[in-house]
Design a protein. Structure first.
Length: 223
């Protein structure tokens, strides 16, 4: 029996967009499309974290308690930071759970998902999908801002959401509408970024294979 390859994360998100085209109110969908296009057009890509950057030590609270410390994680191998917006990004996280996390574990690398959403709200996604990797709260977007990957929703997007009874700041627990752009950052044991991939359009994500290929040269070859 031939194994069927899992769909790519980009295909999963393209399928989501196609579903929205059929089911979502046109006004709501148009605001979503315009916000994503605005970010694509205006993102300062020169400010994004780049390969070769040195990452200063940081610590973040993990949603189940305890603290994620970069230095402690790097003692065991490379670290892969997976920035996502908030618990609504479940399609991508579930994909990475099955297609990325096991491969990184075999390589001796640590995957950490990072969102500005506060732990008491963010813990729901880890519990719901049984994510095996740490999920950390980047309080105040301090780390994401350091990496140059944050944005604030446009005034039009905020006004539309509020008119529909939605408040992102409340959902995040931060009182702010600032979010990270989806990104993957691979850090070697010298705290040097070896791979960085940032997507202003949140319906585009980094494929698992690209991350695995970036990590493989950073780990010892088995005897």
């Amino acid at each position: 029996m031939t194994d069927v390859a899992a769909p790519s994360v980009r295909q999963l998100l393209a399928d989501l967009h196609a579903y929205r085209l059929q089911t979502m109110a046109k006004a709501d969908l148009q605001v979503n499309i315009e916000q994503r296009q605005l970010l694509e057009n205006t993102a300062d890509r020169n400010a994004f974290v780049q390969a070769g950057d040195v990452v200063e030590p940081f610590s973040l609270p993990e949603v189940h308690g305890g603290t994620i410390k970069l230095g402690r994680l790097l003692a065991d191998g490379p670290v892969v930071l997976l920035f996502f917006r908030y618990e609504g990004c479940n399609i991508a996280l579930r994909h990475y759970q099955t297609e990325l996390y096991p491969a990184l574990t075999r390589l001796g690398a640590t995957l950490v998902a990072v969102s500005p959403q506060v732990p008491r709200k963010l813990v729901a996604i880890k519990n719901r999908f049984g994510l095996g990797f740490p999920v950390a709260s980047d309080t105040g977007n301090e780390l994401a801002r350091r990496f140059g990957i944050t944005f604030t929703a446009s005034a039009a997007s905020q006004a539309h959401a509020r008119s529909n009874g939605s408040d992102l700041g409340e959902a995040l627990g931060t009182g702010k509408w600032e979010l990270p752009m989806p990104a993957v950052v691979v850090i070697d044991q010298s705290r040097v970024v070896r791979f960085a991939d940032v997507h202003p359009d949140w319906l585009v994500r980094t494929e698992a294979d690209a991350v695995i290929d970036a990590v493989r040269p950073l780990v010892p070859v088995p005897a």
